[in-house]
Design a protein around this ligand. Sequence first.
Ligand SMILES: [Zn+2]
Length: 341
Amino acid sequence: MPDGAAPRPAVIHARGFVARHFTRAAICSFLLLAAIAGAPNTAHAWGCEGHQVIALLAESHLTPRALAKVKQILSDSPIDPTLSRYCKEGGIDLMSDSATWADDFRTQHPETGPWHYIDIPLGTTRRDIAKFCEPQEGCVTRAIADQLVILRSPETDPRKRADALRFVIHFVGDLHQPLHATTNNDQGGNCVPVAYFDILPQLRNPQAESYAPNLHGIWDTNILARATNGKNVEQVAADLDRSFHKKIARWQKGATNIDAWAWESYQLAVKDVYGKLPVRIPAEAPQPITSCADDNHISTRMLNLNERIAQPYQDTAEAIVWGQIAKAGARLALLLNQIWP
Ligand SMILES: [Zn+2]
């Protein structure tokens, strides 16, 4: 969506609106829930750590020219210091700090909200990505393509170029979170209350019928936080770089096919994110929804399934989360290296 397009209500399709508040503090869910009751609807696919790890991984696979250009673009047009940053600790360097900017920017610019995901309905069998990209609002696949054009263009002014780079760094991460590539009339799993180990789902917003924890939220943050077990982002990135070394080399030689990457995410959502849930969730007949109260109270219907996430699901999910984060890092490097070989 071009600048100046009409802003849309922030609540529509807001993703990860609870999850971002449920990283390590998830244990204190009850108190935390009370504290965040009035928090705004915003999204952080992969949470702070996930996006920062993706940036760090990509950075270590950039060509010397790409690395120099990235640093120059980001340092010449720094992030607006008045912008409220959700990831308070910031990234450990310019590129990883930039990785979470788009979620903060979205709070001020809700019209960029739909750029963070693509709603491929659960149950879709034909790969026709363009069909699921809202023509007016946009979607993550188109946003990546559009921002790459802006980033490459010699006409782009430095500020816009830096923003485009920050969008690309973030959106490539979002695209690899499977629940940013699918929906089941449930806002990408935001309307699927789940118990996560000993944290039971609690009603967060009675009007919107939203709950935490929920499926989207645990994929954004809880699964990764549990898997990293207190390691810092540099350690996590270094570990992933080692364990995925061969695959990263292969992914970096792969084709740049953003639609295919979205489809891969979607397939993981079908097979594992929804497919491995303890209680099967059938595909809903697709319909647009604006809150978890829609589609005949989708979240209440899902709550009644009593989904309980425990170690078997966590084990499957961890493997996918690691693979997708490593892939996102490799592919982000691939895109940037194509611009500055
Ligand atoms: Zn995002």
